[in-house]
Design a protein around this ligand. Structure first.
Ligand SMILES: *Cc1c(COP(=O)(O)O)cnc(C)c1O
Length: 368
């Protein structure tokens, strides 16, 4: 039988089973328990932030962070157009308006030189997305934020363990969010985290996460909250994943280095970069097929699929999606339009051997 190469697979090769069994044996399976406390504490240490707050997924993490920063009706939040749909959706949940910015051709992240033009009297904040594991250029973003009094949220869903100028991605903005979905660098099945050094933001997020229940008065709800909690079972998996987080990150980097080895001399392809100021954790190895049209890219993906290799296209830019395309001018985003049409992600998980990567790379090159 021909081997099948999925784009992603969770790797549960540590204490996951042991800790989950412990939850079952002790009956602590709901949203209280010692694994939750431990997971939050350990993640805060790992991420070098004062607080880490676990929640139900990366989308609710974004929603909670935006609510804690006070985003409400018609508030504008600036973000890259090339991101996952959760980033603008979370702003929309708050009644706010996502404002899109084009991408940098090299890192595929938000073009920081194009942000200032988008700031208006209604702008409340900026979401920096660390796409595919490479950190956004945070210094100019933080400078603009302080000049205009804006908040900065890092959407670090894809960048657990990445670094910007020696600092953890997710410790630089006022708040950061992470996803622990099954294909992310570490996983709890579904799950999310919010990190911050700000005690007030942390308190607000904890309040909103748990139905807005008053800490001192049971069944008293001073605000409208949400049930966005994580369970102890998920946190148990998270604790085990976190014990080996450096290994999980190293596997992504190893696979990326193998892809570089087999693909970097092919001038029909553009591979991800690692700027000197960054540590890229290569969540998903992206390649841009230079010169190709969207139809040609899709045809390449189809031929790879016929060879047992699962790939996926880069995200569609948000400004072309039906909920967000209103009033957007397509030609305002030339870089994102091109990258999104030419880009695809290759299998990028830690169970791929060098031979697997060689096979995938050669199959790609033979089918361009
Ligand atoms: C995965 C992801 C999210 C959402 O995370 P979920 O846990 O799937 O809700 C948000 N933003 C980005 C950039 C992502 O890649």
């Amino acid at each position: 039988m021909k081997k099948y190469y999925p784009i992603a697979t969770p790797i549960l090769n540590g204490n996951e089973k042991k800790y989950v069994m412990d939850c079952l044996d002790s009956t602590w399976i709901s949203s209280n328990g010692s694994y939750l406390d431990r997971f939050e504490q350990q993640y805060a240490l790992f991420n070098n932030t004062k607080h880490a707050i676990a929640c139900s997924n990366g989308t609710t993490a974004l929603h909670l962070a935006l609510l804690a920063h006070g985003v409400g009706k018609d508030d504008e939040v600036i973000m890259p157009t090339l991101t996952f749909v959760a980033t603008p959706n979370a702003v929309t949940y708050c009644g706010g308006i996502p404002v899109f910015v084009d991408s940098e051709p090299e890192t595929w992240n938000i073009d920081t030189s194009a942000i200032e033009n988008k700031i208006t009297a209604r702008t409340k904040g900026i979401i920096a997305v660390h796409l595919y594991g490479h950190p956004a250029n945070m210094d100019p973003i933080m400078e603009l934020a302080s000049k205009y009094g804006l908040f900065v949220i890092e959407d670090a869903a894809e960048a657990i363990g990445a670094q910007y100028k020696g600092r953890m991605a997710g410790s630089i903005g006022h708040t950061a969010t992470f996803s622990l979905f099954g294909n992310k660098i570490i996983t709890t099945g579904e799950g999310g985290l919010i990190t911050t050094n700000d005690d007030n933001i942390a308190d607000t997020i904890r309040l909103l996460r748990g139905q807005g229940i008053d800490k001192h008065k049971k069944y008293w709800h001073p605000v409208i909250g949400y049930n966005y909690r994580m369970t102890n079972v998920q946190a148990a998996i998270g604790c085990a994943q976190l014990e080996k987080v450096d290994w999980h990150i190293q596997q992504r980097i190893r696979v990326a280095m193998d892809y570089y080895h087999f693909l970097q001399d092919d001038d029909r392809l553009t591979l991800p970069v690692q700027k000197v100021w960054s540590k890229n954790v290569y969540w998903m190895l992206g390649v841009v097929l230079n010169q190709s049209t969207e139809q040609q890219r899709d045809a390449v993906m189809k031929r790879l699929k016929d060879n047992g290799i699962e790939t996926r296209p880069f995200f569609y830019p948000m400004h072309i999606l039906p909920p967000y395309s209103d009033k957007q001018i397509y030609t305002d985003f030339p870089v994102a339009n091109r990258i999104a049409a030419q880009g695809l992600n290759l299998p990028s998980h830690g169970e791929l051997s060098r031979e697997d990567v060689q096979f995938i790379s050669e199959t790609l090159r033979n089918n361009l």
